[in-house]
Each structure stands twice: as structure tokens, then as C-alpha cells.
Design a binder for this molecule. Structure first.
Ligand SMILES: Nc1ncnc2c1ncn2[C@@H]1O[C@H](COP(=O)(O)OP(=O)(O)OP(=O)(O)O)[C@@H](O)[C@H]1O
Ligand SMILES: [Mg+2]
Length: 209
């Protein structure tokens, strides 16, 4: 149905946080959803385990997590679940299997903070993406200080390019993203409409692109 890849070759920019929360929002819309965890840290796999151990999963809301270890296994999973929303958490590094995932993506989302290291890291990643024949990139600002309003520096650093869109959605630094994940929850399991609106905003913006 839709393959959404959240990627950045730099670690710690919020890929797993975004995949986890986005997947739970999409599932809450009653859409069949799976997560593919390509990161050797197995973040999504462990989050799903915590969620199950906490008794939060049931057949109606479960989001299975798959961990294909080879390119063939990845492609099989993509084909077997082609009627699902497939969210792929690629690791913060470049390898063949991550490149295959990116080449299959209907939507590529790159989370960036407004720190210079993230922006410089993106320039390297942009060159990797150019080598993969699937050019359109959605950049979402993540982990942004609640008072930061001016993003001109980052806009300039990204530059103007018809293959890159800096989304209007801004995901702020919120403790709730950390605490919920520690309990195997998403922000949709608790009453926090501000964080929920950030994730919903991201979803509707990427789907409309
Ligand atoms: N919007 C946010 N507000 C607060 N904390 C955040 C936010 N986004 C991410 N974090 C925190 O930053 C850290 C890195 O986030 P996350 O694990 O999602 O990044 P990642 O890109 O998946 O990292 P890795 O490359 O290691 O897989 C985590 O501790 C996470 O809780
Ligand atoms: Mg991660």
C-alpha cells in the first residue's frame, strides 16, 4: 500500500522514535501496518517485545516487527505485505540492504535536528541518496527546542532542490517521546494531544506529497 522509510546515515536523529509513533498512528486508523527493523540494534523489535510483555498488544492493534537479514528476505517481506503500510527503520549507517529499502520506498523521511552536525551529516547522506534511483526526500525537523521558531539557517544549509522538501511539521523535544517508548507505548497510548498532533501532522504531510 505504502512503503515509508525513515532514514539518515547519521545515528540518533530520531528514526526509531518516528517510525514507532507513526506506525501506531497509522494502525489507529485501522490500516494494516507492519514495521521492518533493519537496524542491528533491533530497536523496533525490542520495543515490540516490551509492548507485548506490558500486555499492550492484542490482535486488533498489534504491529508485527520483521527483521529480514538478507536482501532476498527483505524483498519477500515487501512483496508479502504489499497491501500493508510498511514502515522501515533503517540503521544509522549505509549498507546494501538499507539501500534496497530506500529504493523501494514510496516515501523517504529524513529526520534532522537543527544542529550543525545533523545538517552536515545530511549532506553526506544526500550524496548516498543521489546514488539510489529514488530521489524525493521529505525532511522533518525533529528534537527541536520548544522555543525555536526560526529555521532560516537550516533552510539555507539544505538549499533549494526540487527533490527535497522541508516539511512544515516540526517535532519538538519532548520528554514524553522517551518515556512512552521506555514502556513500550506510543504517544497514542497516552493523553498527549500536542505530541500526537506532531506525528499526525507528519503523516498527513508525507501522504499528500
Ligand atoms: N522529539 C524528541 N524529543 C525528545 N527526545 C527525542 C526526540 N526524538 C528522539 N529523541 C531521543 O533521542 C534519542 C535518539 O532517538 P532515536 O533512537 O529515535 O534515534 P535513531 O535515529 O533511531 O538512532 P539510531 O541511529 O541510534 O538508531 C533517543 O533517546 C530518543 O528518545
Ligand atoms: Mg534507531
Amino acid at each position: 500500500m505504502e512503503v515509508i522509510v525513515v532514514a539518515h546515515s547519521k545515528g540518533g536523529t530520531g528514526k526509531s522514535t518516528i517510525i514507532w509513533n507513526l506506525a501506531h498512528f497509522i494502525r489507529s486508523l485501522d490500516k494494516p501496518t507492519i514495521i521492518i527493523d533493519l537496524d542491528f540494534q533491533q530497536t523496533q523489535h525490542y520495543l515490540h517485545r516490551i509492548r507485548t510483555l506490558e500486555g499492550l498488544t492484542n490482535p486488533q492493534n498489534d504491529i508485527p516487527v520483521f527483521r529480514p537479514q538478507t536482501a532476498d528476505a527483505l524483498i519477500n517481506t515487501l512483496e508479502n505485505f504489499s497491501d500493508h503500510y510498511i514502515l522501515i527503520d533503517v540503521g544509522g549507517y549505509d549498507n546494501d540492504i538499507n539501500r534496497i529499502a530506500i529504493s523501494w520506498a514510496d516515501k523517504i523521511v529524513v529526520p534532522l535536528s537543527d544542529s550543525i552536525t545533523d545538517v552536515l551529516g545530511f549532506k553526506t547522506f544526500e550524496n548516498i541518496l543521489k546514488e539510489i534511483d529514488n530521489p524525493f526526500i521529505n525532511i522533518v525537523l525533529n528534537n527541536i527546542h520548544p522555543l525555536t521558531k526560526n529555521f532560516n539557517t537550516i533552510k539555507e544549509a539544505i538549499g533549494s532542490n526540487e527533490d527535497i522538501k522541508l516539511l512544515d511539521t516540526v517535532i519538538r523535544t519532548r520528554k514524553i517521546y522517551k518515556t512512552t517508548m521506555g514502556e513500550g507505548k506510543s504517544v497514542f497510548d497516552i493523553n498527549h494531544t500536542v505530541a500526537q498532533d506532531e506525528i499526525k501532522g507528519l503523516y498527513y504531510e508525507i501522504i499528500s506529497n
